[in-house]
Design a protein around this ligand. Structure first.
Ligand code: G3I
Length: 367
């Protein structure tokens, strides 16, 4: 398993990144694909995001669309070839794995776990406790608090046990906060109170003591009311010895908004608590149609997220939420916006792809 191995030297390299990554971002990715400079007749294998990430001390992952993985050969090849970790985009969510109470369907999730093993990729498990994508029997059921608590306990135990030893990091609790830092009004908070969060981590830890357990959210890239509330929550959880090991920062950005330039300040305060961190769902959407200036701004958005991770010693994974515009959640959720990924719909790399490659190469001490 890849550990957070970045050293002091990387700190220096990362400082360089702050000033140089943007200037380099428009150079072609093909430069690095030709292998090392200066080696006559040298035929080094092309550097992928995964191999560059390994040299920089972190995994580079993607969310995986289960249907595309099964049916789209170029998609499958890209997932296998480019990335060193994977996350199920939907296949491990509650509605997917337990459509009827007590009846599990692990097929799509197992496919991905097997695929990852074959390709020596680590798996981020997403997600155990969320307010969204719950099965109808759960949403529509009229359960007492006691029953609901047992349902949650059982689900976490069954799911984490099923994948025991196969999941690197679990997003145990997802999107628990509102923007103002209060806890989100969900079925869990309403019926079980705020203690559901600590319970979920304890139950997951009991089922797989070696999995790294994360709390994950969006709009917590910079220092703001939401990220500060999360910081207070995990501080308290750590004091109570609740087994929370990491904070996942989703990283859903848009070019029309300012980028979170204080991301390292924010991530480092979690690092100081002894927590791991990860960028778990990076993408940067664009009002359509996308022009070249917006594609450059998008590259800078990805660069800001990656640099935040590289500047944080315990940040051990940078995952993009899908890599091709063919399969993206964005147009459905934000009509009129899209092109959020690092490859276009024909798998051609965008400036964002070059920025990620070059930023990783700099962090690895290469030129
Ligand atoms: O499962 C049904 C399927 O039965 C039906 O045939 C099909 C028809 O459209 O819909 C399927 O459900 C879709 C589901 O993805 C699985 O494909 C939903 O309509 C669709 O809304 C759902 O969207 C997912 C979304 O989470 C739901 O909130 C996106 O693919 C997924 O990328 C997105 O991921 C979330 C993360 O989990 C948490 N953070 C935010 C991120 C983006 O919203």
């Amino acid at each position: 398993m890849l550990k957070p191995i970045r050293s002091v030297a990387v700190g220096a390299a990362a400082a360089v990144l702050l000033v140089s990554a943007f200037t380099l971002s428009s150079a072609s990715a093909a430069t690095e694909d030709s292998g090392r400079r200066g080696g006559k007749g040298h035929s080094a294998a092309p550097q992928t995001l995964g191999t560059l990430g390994q040299k920089a001390g972190l995994r580079i992952g993607t969310a995986v669309n289960a249907t595309a993985l099964a049916e789209d050969a170029p998609y499958r090849a890209k997932v296998a070839g480019e990335f060193s970790s994977v996350t199920a985009e939907n296949a491990m969510k509650w509605e997917a794995v337990e459509p009827q109470r007590g009846t599990y369907d692990w097929a799509a999730a197992d496919e991905l776990v097997d695929f990852a093993k074959k390709n020596r990729q680590l798996v981020r498990g997403h997600t155990l406790v969320w307010h969204s994508q719950l099965p109808a029997w759960l949403n529509n059921g009229d359960f007492t608090a006691e029953e609901l608590r047992e349902i949650l306990h059982q689900h976490i135990t069954d799911q984490v046990t099923h994948f025991k030893g196969k999941i690197w990091q679990w997003d145990v609790v997802n999107e628990a906060f509102n923007e103002d830092g209060t806890l989100r009004d969900s079925i869990w908070l309403r019926k079980l109170g705020p203690g559901y969060i600590a319970d979920a981590f304890r139950w997951a830890h009991e089922a797989d003591p070696r999995a790294r357990l994360f709390i994950n959210d969006y709009n917590i890239e910079g220092v703001n009311a939401k990220s500060t509330a999360l910081h207070e929550l995990v501080t308290g959880l750590r004091e109570q010895r609740v087994p929370v090991h990491g904070v996942g920062i989703q990283g859903h950005l848009g070019v029309q908004y300012s980028a979170p330039h204080d991301i390292a300040d924010n991530m480092l305060r979690f690092d100081r608590l002894g927590l791991e961190t990860a960028i778990t769902e990076a993408d940067v959407r664009i009002p359509m149609p996308a022009d070249s200036t917006e594609l450059e701004a998008q590259a800078e958005g990805y660069g800001v997220l990656l640099r935040g991770c590289l500047l944080t010693p315990g940040c051990n994974d940078f995952t993009v939420w899908g890599f091709t515009d063919t399969y993206s959640w964005v147009p459905d959720t934000f009509p009129g916006q899209g092109a959020a990924n690092i490859f276009d719909a024909d798998y051609a790399p965008k400036p964002a792809y070059s920025t990620l490659r070059q930023t990783l190469a700099l962090a690895a001490g290469r030129h």
